[in-house]
Design a protein around this ligand. Structure first.
Ligand code: GDP
Ligand code: MG
Length: 204
């Protein structure tokens, strides 16, 4: 039906965070309603696509998963290229993964920043010839929807990171926050839908 009206949306969303926080399972829960108890490095698959309807329009979410390279803290800039949304995931039962979330955010911001700065350079070089760094920053902040995700909330008894700490960090960074469980499905669709809806509202 969206095709009849000639309107289609494709949003690239990246999922980042430390190894074993549940990134691949969040993705498989969202796109296939599947959960895998055996953690194994994601091989071969770069992204999965899920179609949603927002305000009667067909929206395709192309969600990218790291292929295990996050173990080496070396996700390439190509991974971030063109992304309009990002889920930064940590594991509520491992504080180290929450501490890392800040570094993932920095990496995300600097990649998106340099890309939008390049775009601004290209656009403004012609008309103004003088680039203000602040333009790139403001541009990238408003353009990319970011959500902090505390996963494995089914493991309440061994929680190490409180909900308040997650909320606080997200507020500091000006991003959405949610706690999820890829295991029992809590908030998984909701997390993706909030991000997708927010992007949709920015572009429509
Ligand atoms: P990734 O390395 O971030 O992609 O993490 P995976 O999706 O491979 O998950 C790592 C491990 O955590 C696996 O053993 C999963 O079964 C487990 N896991 C993932 N999500 C959850 C969750 O929400 N709850 C629980 N209890 N375990 C989870
Ligand atoms: Mg994985």
């Amino acid at each position: 039906m969206a095709e009849e009206s000639g309107e289609e949306y494709l949003f690239k969303i990246v999922v980042i965070g430390d190894s074993a926080v549940g990134k691949s399972n969040l993705l498989s829960r969202f796109t296939r309603d599947e959960f895998d108890h055996n953690s194994k490095a994601t091989i071969g698959v770069e992204f999965q696509t899920q179609v949603l309807e927002v305000d009667g329009k067909e929206v395709k979410a192309q969600v990218w998963d790291t292929a295990g390279q996050e173990r080496f803290r070396a996700v390439t800039s190509a991974y971030y290229r063109g992304a309009v949304g990002a889920l930064v995931v940590y594991d509520i039962t491992r504080r180290t993964t929450f501490d890392s979330a800040k570094r993932w955010l920095d990496e995300l911001n600097s990649n998106l920043f340099s890309l939008s700065l390049q775009l601004n350079l290209n656009i403004e070089a012609r008309s103004v010839g003088n680039i203000e760094v602040g333009i790139g920053r403001a541009h990238c902040d408003t353009a990319v929807t970011r959500m902090l995700v505390g996963n494995k909330c089914d493991l309440e008894s061994i929680r190490e990171v409180t909900t308040e700490e997650g909320t606080e960090l997200a507020e500091e960074e000006g991003m959405f926050f949610i706690e999820t469980s890829a295991l029992d499905s809590t908030n998984v669709s909701k997390a993706f839908e909030i991000v997708i809806r927010d992007i949709y509202e920015k572009v429509s």
